[in-house]
Design a protein. Structure first.
Length: 280
C-alpha cells in the first residue's frame, strides 16, 4: 500500500515537517501516479531498483509492491528517520546522502566477481528540477551499473533529455543522452499530483543505456566530443564554421560530410562524432 495525499499531509504534520524549496521537494501524493511509474519501469522480482529523492516513500512503496529489491537515496536528514520507519518494513533499504556526491560503487555494490560485470540497476525517481539534468548526465557518464532510468521531471527538462535534431528543446544535454542512451517521453503528469503543487507540468522519461556508445570511443574520446558539442551549442545561433572557429580546421567539415553553414541543432550525435574525429 502506498501513501495517499491525506496520509502524507498527516505524516508531515505529525513530525513537524515541510517540503524544502532549497531541495526542490515536490512530493507525489497520488497513488495512481506512483503505481503508474512502477508499471512503466517494468521492474519486478529479481530486479534491483535505486530511487533518488525518496521523500516520505510513496514511490518507494509502489516499487516494493512489484517485488523488486529497492534502495532509496534521500538527502534530507529531517526526512530520513520517518522514511526508514515507512519503507524498511516493506523491504526497502534507505541510504542518506547527496546523489550528486555519492560513492555509487559502495551504494550499488561491486561488480560481479565471476563475470567482472557491474550489476544491472534501474533508476526510478521523482527528481527535483534543480538536480535532474546534472544527475542524469553524471549517471550516464560514470555509473554504467545503471542500465535504465524511469524518471519524473519537469516537462521542460524531460523534453531536453529526449529531444532530437530540429526539436526546439534540442541541446548539448540531448546529445549527451543520445551518446550513451535512447530516451523518450512515456507519460505526462499534471501539477495536481504534487505537494506542494508546482506551476509547471511534468513528464515521465524512459532512458535506456546503449550496449555501446553511439560514437566509437576509439575514434574520438567522449571528453573531446562533448567539448565540441558544448562549444557549438554555446553559440547556437551561429553557423558551425563560426561557432567552432579555433577548434576545427575548415577541412574537417568536408571530411565529416557536414555543411559548415549548419547550426548545432541540425546535427545528430553521429554527425557530432564525425566532426569531432576531424580534430585529430
Amino acid at each position: 500500500m502506498t501513501l495517499t495525499r491525506r496520509q502524507l499531509v498527516a505524516l508531515l504534520d505529525e513530525h513537524g515537517l515541510r517540503s524544502s524549496r532549497a531541495l526542490g521537494q515536490n512530493f507525489v501524493v497520488d497513488p495512481n501516479t506512483v503505481r503508474r511509474m512502477a508499471r512503466l519501469a517494468e521492474v519486478g522480482p529479481g530486479d534491483r531498483v535505486v530511487e533518488i529523492g525518496a521523500g516520505l516513500g510513496a514511490l518507494t512503496l509502489a516499487l516494493c509492491e512489484t517485488g523488486a529489491e529497492v534502495t532509496s537515496v534521500e538527502i534530507d536528514r529531517r526526512l530520513v528517520p520517518v522514511l526508514r520507519g515507512i519503507v524498511e518494513p516493506a523491504g526497502a533499504r534507505v541510504v542518506e546522502g547527496d546523489a550528486l556526491r555519492l560513492d555509487w560503487d559502495a551504494v550499488l555494490g561491486d561488480p560481479d566477481p565471476a563475470s567482472g560485470d557491474a550489476h544491472n540497476w534501474v533508476l526510478v525517481a521523482n527528481l527535483p528540477y534543480n538536480v535532474a539534468t546534472p544527475l542524469v548526465a553524471d549517471l550516464l557518464d560514470g555509473v554504467p551499473a545503471v542500465r535504465r532510468m524511469l524518471i519524473l521531471v519537469q516537462r521542460e527538462v524531460g523534453e531536453r533529455l529526449a529531444a532530437g535534431p530540429g526539436d526546439p528543446a534540442y541541446g548539448a544535454v540531448s546529445v549527451k543522452v543520445a551518446y550513451w542512451a535512447t530516451a523518450r517521453i512515456v507519460g505526462r503528469v499534471g501539477p495536481n499530483v504534487f505537494l506542494p503543487r508546482p506551476k509547471v507540468e511534468s513528464a515521465i522519461v524512459r532512458i535506456e543505456r546503449r550496449p555501446i556508445p553511439a560514437v566509437d570511443p576509439a575514434l574520438v574520446a567522449p571528453a573531446e566530443l562533448f567539448e565540441l558539442v558544448r562549444a557549438g551549442f554555446g553559440q547556437r545561433r551561429k553557423m558551425l564554421r563560426r561557432a567552432l572557429a579555433g577548434l576545427l580546421e575548415p577541412a574537417a567539415f568536408s571530411a565529416a560530410g557536414i555543411d559548415p553553414s549548419a547550426r548545432a541543432e541540425d546535427l545528430d550525435v553521429a554527425a557530432w562524432g564525425r566532426l569531432a574525429a576531424g580534430r585529430r
